[in-house]
Design a protein around this ligand. Sequence first.
Ligand code: LLP
Length: 463
Amino acid sequence: MSRSAHPAGPRHADVLPEGHYSAPPADLNTLDPKVWAQTVTRDDEGVVTVGGIDVKRIAEEFGTPTYVLDEADFRARARAWRTAFGPDADVFYAGKAFLSRAVVRWLNEEGLNLDVCSGGELATALSGGMPAERIAFHGNNKSADEIRRAVEAGVGRIVLDSFQEIVRVAHIAQSLGKRQKVQIRITVGVEAHTHEFIATAHEDQKFGIPLAGGQAAEAVQRALQLDGLDVIGIHSHIGSQIFDMSGFEVAAHRVVGLLRDIRDEHGVELPEIDLGGGLGIAYTSDDDPREPHEIAKALTEIVSRECEAARLRTPRISVEPGRAIVGPTAFTLYEVGTIKPLDGLRTYVSVDGGMSDNIRTALYDAEYTVALVSRASDAEPMLARVVGKHCESGDIVVKDAFLPADLAPGDLIAVPATGAYCRSMASNYNHVLRPPVVAVNDEGARVIVRRETEEDLLRLDVG
Ligand code: LLP
């Protein structure tokens, strides 16, 4: 199937024909609270503010492009997940969405745990002060060194992804005189309704151990026999940017089925299950994400029901939302450089960043919106494509969006919902420097990840 048939923004069923764009909004100055961070608003002069600070000031002080993150919104979303799942479940924020030491501190203060999937994320988590026992370590090919560091640090769990890893982690833990808590990641054979590159529970992909053919049961059996391991549960992550709960329902049913088989065969009731992350957010006004309390209610009900039917004690549930916490909390602030109207087609608006700060449009056909933020405008809507400064025609940030026709070089525009998988997937393509992350709260704006410099680039280039 062609990639363009699976836009990561909307659901499968909402796929629009190539070249489609929706009608312009009634008022281009309106900021839909669904896609913008909580404290974002337009002031009396028409300038957009976040946490009470206007974007022109942010651009002056920190330059552009810049990821601007609303700390109050991040904390509120983290807290909403924590509260929704309550004390009998654990929420692991997925650090791959965006991780920095400030974020680790906020998570810690809000009572969330942290999922990391590389030595670099582990180092950031520990350096930011996350207690090791609240860290879960993921990955389909962790190096021996990464495993050793995780075990030595005392991470709360390592999620085992293959038969080789079961033996590897057991061996390393034993050689360090430790017994490591582990979960086994299984693939339950669910087709998540999302872009194929971010679906992870169907069988033909690299993650986890298939439930099919008894492989997952075999993996659990082997792990239970190894002294270095303490098997605490089963893990399933079905994919990302999912709106439909039915995939989770099937996954929970199959995970609980495995727990039942394990109990029947080995007399062991594993105490935990992790249902992963993957809950969708609104990138455009057409998306309708679920609230954390609805998700928590649905997931806990499904698991309790399935366990009751299987006569199992209900295991402790954990979840790993990344995008749903950080995604909506940030926007990317750009300065318009050039404007190129192409008669009968659209107007190309070039900004000072591009696919190096947001690869999602090029990679997943993701959809975004954009707004003029340095002033309000009553001009007619103009169909625009926001593109970057890279030497590549696929360097598109927003494929189709309406901007006011009086847009001019020097105006600031912002793309909302860029908190997840934008800075964390940023590159140096064309030796463009990665933007900073500026966090805003009611005390002001401050850099939490600084802008890359040419010195940073040249430091890696040893000549
Ligand atoms: N847990 C596991 C084991 C994962 O692999 C992931 C995401 C998550 C949790 C968090 O998923 P979230 O709640 O953030 O959707 N780069 C892609 C997304 C890749 C996600 C990889 N794993 C994107 O930009 O859409």
